[in-house]
Design a protein around this ligand. Sequence first.
Ligand SMILES: NC(=O)c1ccc[n+]([C@@H]2O[C@H](COP(=O)([O-])OP(=O)(O)OC[C@H]3O[C@@H](n4cnc5c(N)ncnc54)[C@H](O)[C@@H]3O)[C@@H](O)[C@H]2O)c1
Ligand SMILES: [Zn+2]
Length: 367
Amino acid sequence: MTPSELNIQVPFVPATRYPIVIGRDFVSGLLARLREQFPKRRPFVISDANLQKSGWLDKLIGADTVGRFVIDPAGEDSKTWATVGAIVEAMEHLSLGRDTLVIGLGGGTVGDMAGFAASIFKRGVPVVHVPTTTVAQADSAIGGKTSVDSSQSKNAFGTFHHPAGVYIDVATLGTLDDRQFRAGLVESVKHALIADAGYFAFLETNLDAILARDLDRLEQLAGFNCRIKGAVVEQDPTETNQRRLLNYGHTIGHAVESAAAYRLLHGEAVAIGIAAALQIEKQMGLADADRIERVCALLCRLSVPLVIPTDLSTDSFMDLLTRDKKTVGGWPRFVLLEKIGKPLVRSGQYAHEVAPEIVRSILNPHA
Ligand SMILES: NC(=O)c1ccc[n+]([C@@H]2O[C@H](COP(=O)([O-])OP(=O)(O)OC[C@H]3O[C@@H](n4cnc5c(N)ncnc54)[C@H](O)[C@@H]3O)[C@@H](O)[C@H]2O)c1
Ligand SMILES: [Zn+2]
């Protein structure tokens, strides 16, 4: 019997459009505003123990009797199947249905899990993000990637689920731990490097005010980040080519992060990855001394590390690079810059071949 073939045409799902609201001191009124904006939906809030301790969760909820799930302990260790399973079970216990609106209040871990839970609950309900860290406000809340970690690797399982709205209240950053705050700003430096020399100059001029958490500057910062990440995501919503740009500094950064067994924060590892990318660019004749000095000077002001911890062996590191998620023929491609604000694009490609010997020489400069 010859097999027959059946073709099913799935109608094209248009890319979602959603508002990104940037401001300050609006968390208190936000739930009422969301109830008005989504009148037919029942909200459910997902947050974590630190947002509860710092008072933001109470501010969001006020006297409302909305259903909620507080992730405890907060942070990466809880970003698992088990937590997402507990969240959707809690939603089920409240007899929530397809008319649910998930609201994620917190950093990237809360956002990734809130997005994931929303994407699988009753086959998908909308999520609204209220990001409260420098990482989440610049990066994770925009783009629609959701995930949990496996026992083997970070962000092993996940979905694409674009939010129905992103509400950035920069005042929430006021209670964020200083190390987290600074490390998260590395993603802002990355955005400036891949997309906007004027933004880089803004960071050079305003970094002290940003570090002092001046709310005007933080709003401007969020604006730059959202425009840049939003534009990249709009061009490439499911990460096929241009979105790779956002991986600048991340190829070596991810390997450092995992080799250091996560004792470095993500942004700290990415800072090392950016410094390494600069060295690659220098060896390939793409970066001059002035660029290297400006970028390193800005990163130094964030008090993030720029060199690979000496206890990590070059061989294990090279091995980790071959296990990068985006290898071609067992070796990763690297996003590189032509100059500040301008990525290197060759034949329409944003990630490039770099000889392993070049990478090895950078990882182990005294060999
Ligand atoms: N989906 C994406 O596109 C994307 C992009 C980048 C990062 N991520 C993910 O984001 C996660 C990292 O995000 P993160 O750095 O925000 O981590 P996080 O969510 O763990 O937050 C860092 C710590 O700060 C606490 N915190 C958050 N906001 C606070 C506030 N306003 N005041 C006081 N404490 C606060 C948290 O409870 C946590 O302990 C990683 O899991 C990463 O994989 C996802
Ligand atoms: Zn990152």
